[in-house]
Ligand binder design. Structure first.
Ligand code: NAD
Ligand code: LMR
Length: 329
């Protein structure tokens, strides 16, 4: 039986994450080994030629699942009929740029893209925002798309989740496959809170296995939260392959479901759970099934965790207030 291809729009397609992402989507790793895809690449006009070069290489891979590639500098074209949208392209922070300037510059990208998604995407559109500041960019895009259910706009904290898995595995002498139910709460920023109190290592409570609050507070949390900056320092460029890998994981989990007894972290519009103000796009523990995610409910939040979740949520509220003051939402 031939399936209708799924339209996957990728913005910033000529950038470094784009280069690490597109070949994996085309090979079936995003949606499944039996799901044909059509790629829609969005780039700014000066980068169209580079995007064409990447498309030539995609052609040269002869991926059996790749049913076509369209390239455009017009969001209305690139999001037309999109079923999945990966918003990667963003305005990076440059020297001397204040946070407000960064939010404003990104508003100029994510507001029109949200509107184009609203007007042209398929009814089942699922959006992942990777471009930083990812949570607030997702909020801007979502606010510009009133006809799309708000929960379809998500922000990427899966890279933080994956980073935390590896740090915990190293500390406990286990493998990442032994670890379940880890959570990233809050913003994809240095205020994020990687929480191991509900996690398990080979079936045992992770915090009890670690039994070292000093390591947790002074090593684990800062290492995970500042890993993006450490990669930039080491590579001279921000994470690309690991970011692309996390984007694949995020969408694959959303579409294909979480494993029994496990959950994932996703930046999603809050429904007020765990005291996170409704509407903020904040990271939560989620289970997914049949393309729908649900926040894991009923977790006990200790004082240690509460203070850290609140601090990150406070930062998200400040970002929301800043973009509101700029008229972006
Ligand atoms: N959420 C995360 O975990 C995470 C991790 C790593 C990187 N990031 C962020 O992802 C973003 C992309 O990173 P990168 O390394 O690929 O950057 P990059 O600079 O290599 O590529 C960005 C691309 O986006 C394009 N672009 C800019 N404005 C655009 C627009 N309006 N429409 C379409 N394309 C546009 C640029 O031309 C460029 O090709 C950055 O904001 C980075 O900070 C997020
Ligand atoms: O691009 C960055 O600022 C860092 C990135 O978000 C990361 O977590 O690697």
């Amino acid at each position: 039986m031939t399936r209708t291809p799924v339209n996957v729009t990728v913005t910033g397609a000529a950038g470094q994450i784009g280069y690490a992402l597109l070949f994996r989507i085309a090979s079936g790793q995003l949606l499944g080994a039996d799901v044909p895809v059509r790629l829609r690449l969005l780039e700014i006009t000066p980068a169209l030629k580079a995007a064409e070069g990447t498309a030539m290489e995609l052609d040269d891979c002869a991926f059996p699942l790749l049913q076509g590639i369209d390239i455009s500098d017009d969001p209305n074209v690139a999001f037309d009929g999109a079923n999945v949208a990966l918003l990667v392209g963003a305005r990076p922070r440059t020297k001397g740029m204040e946070r407000g300037d960064l939010l404003e510059a990104n508003g100029g990208i994510f507001k029109p893209q949200g509107k184009a998604i609203n007007d042209h995407a398929a009814d089942d559109i699922k959006v992942l925002v990777v471009g930083n500041p990812a949570n607030t960019n997702a909020l801007i895009a979502q606010a510009a798309a009133p006809d799309v259910p708000a929960e379809r706009f998500t922000a990427m904290t899966r890279l933080d989740h994956n980073r935390a898995l590896t740090q915990l595995a190293k500390k406990t002498g286990s493998t990442v496959a032994d670890i379940k139910r880890l959570t990233i709460w809050g913003n994809h920023s240095a205020t994020q809170y990687p929480d191991i109190f509900h996690a398990t290592v080979a079936g045992k409570n992770a915090a009890e296995v670690v039994n070292d609050e000093k390591w947790l507070a002074e090593e684990f949390i800062p290492t995970v939260a500042k890993r993006g900056a450490a990669i930039i320092e080491a590579r001279g460029a921000s994470s690309a392959a690991s970011a692309a890998n996390a984007a694949i994981d995020h969408v694959h989990t959303w579409v294909n479901g979480t494993d029994d007894g496990d959950w994932a972290s996703m930046g999603i519009p809050s429904d007020g759970s765990y005291g996170v103000p409704e509407g903020l796009i904040s990271s939560f523990p989620v289970t997914t099934k049949d393309g729908v995610y649900e926040i894991v409910q009923g977790l006990e939040i200790s004082e240690f965790s509460r203070a850290r979740i609140d601090a990150s949520v406070q930062e998200l509220a400040e970002e929301r207030d800043a973009v509101r003051a700029l008229g972006l939402i």
